[in-house]
Design a binder for this molecule. Structure first.
Ligand SMILES: NC(=O)c1ccc[n+]([C@@H]2O[C@H](COP(=O)([O-])OP(=O)(O)OC[C@H]3O[C@@H](n4cnc5c(N)ncnc54)[C@H](OP(=O)(O)O)[C@@H]3O)[C@@H](O)[C@H]2O)c1
Length: 323
């Protein structure tokens, strides 16, 4: 069992703690660190972690920590990942790995030099639905794929991590990143970088995005993300014979194959726990194998999506104060 240390005790850290303490993921809930030591201690007590620290450096200095899960806001990922790698830890970092492609490249290079595993925690890519979706498309049931639509929306535009430039806010890095990811899973690399429009808040962060892309096979993708309204969070892959639909598309538990306007097949894909278990298990298997890249979380995929987001942010003139 590898000893897991979590950097930060916020929203996603809680989901991860719940996951690794409810099913076997191959990691032990060993340590948690937060800026506030009392909050870290309360988190450790609640989830049964062995120890807690005030400040991230203290956790990184603990030789018993094998793997670090970075669960801070986007703006801190680069410095947190760098510090964890310098401390000799394998790192699973929440999405997006960094706020731009250049920084992520540097971190992957550092991980390679240190012979450590670094992966971006894009849970979507590790889930059982991915192979089921690919198999359904490859079976020819819906014919040749021409169009993918995906939308993600929740009323979170006022949350600091979306609203504030110093936290690398905006829905692009938070929600739209998942729409770009599902397009990447289904259609691969686009023939041209994406184009789109956005609506910004008073601090200059995008709170609604509409993005389109086209692909060498002739297919197109139409993607949207909003922090201002709850949406059906649905993705649809349209072929010339039918379509595949799935809700909560970044973590679906069912696919529906629809041909001639009627459900032909429903594929149930229930999680073992929360859905985060698949990325953790794959990460642990990869560490134990000595390989330096998770098969479902290749560095190239992280860099590809960051490149697309860099292009959109440049078009939209969205800059973070620390860049
Ligand atoms: N995979 C998923 O499904 C999923 C879902 C939600 C979020 N995420 C990702 O997870 C990461 C964290 O999201 P979250 O919802 O957990 O965020 P959050 O709860 O708002 O913040 C996470 C942690 O970041 C630190 N932090 C927040 N605001 C700060 C500030 N103003 N100054 C200094 N530190 C601050 C805090 O660390 P301390 O605890 O040390 O104080 C906080 O606990 C993001 O990368 C996000 O995109 C992923």
């Amino acid at each position: 069992m590898l000893n897991l240390g979590i950097l930060a005790a916020g929203g996603i850290a809680r989901k991860m703690a719940k996951t690794i303490t409810s099913v076997d993921c191959g990691v032990r809930p060993y340590a948690v660190a937060a800026r506030d030591g009392a909050r870290a201690a309360a988190f450790a007590k609640e989830f049964g972690f062995e120890t807690s620290y005030e400040g991230y450096d203290a956790l990184l200095a603990d030789p018993a920590v094998d793997v670090v899960y970075v669960a801070t806001t986007h703006n801190f990922h680069k410095e947190n990942v760098r510090a964890a790698l310098e401390a000799g830890k394998h790192v699973l970092c929440e999405k997006p790995m960094t706020t731009n492609e250049k920084d992520a490249r540097e971190l992957f290079e550092l991980a390679k030099q240190k012979n450590l595993l670094l992966s971006e925690a894009v849970w979507t890519r590790c889930m059982p639905f991915v192979s089921a979706l690919r198999a359904s498309i490859e079976s020819g049931a819906i014919g040749r794929v021409h169009l993918l639509t995906a939308n993600m929306g929740a009323k979170l535009a006022e949350k600091d991590r979306i609203a504030r430039p110093e936290l690398a806010g905006g829905v692009l890095l938070d929600f739209a990143m998942y729409t770009l990811t599902i397009a990447d899973i289904v259609l691969g690399e686009p023939s041209e970088q994406p184009v789109g429009v956005c609506e910004k808040n008073s601090l200059g962060m995008d709170i609604q995005d509409a993005i389109v892309m086209k692909y060498p096979c002739g297919a197109v993708a139409s993607l949207s993300a909003t922090g201002c309204a709850a949406s059906d969070n649905k993705a649809v892959v349209y072929g010339d014979k039918g379509r595949i639909e799935f809700s909560d598309f970044w973590h679906p538990q069912e696919l529906a194959v629809i041909v001639d306007g009627r459900d032909v097949k429903r594929l149930p894909l229930p999680f073992d726990a929360t859905g985060y278990e698949y990325e953790v298990r794959e990460f642990v298997r990869t560490v134990e194998s000595g390989a330096l890249e998770c098969p479902s979380l290749p560095a190239q995929a992280t860099l590809r999506i960051l490149r697309q987001m860099d292009k959109l942010r440049k078009d939209w003139d969205i800059r973070y104060p620390f860049e």
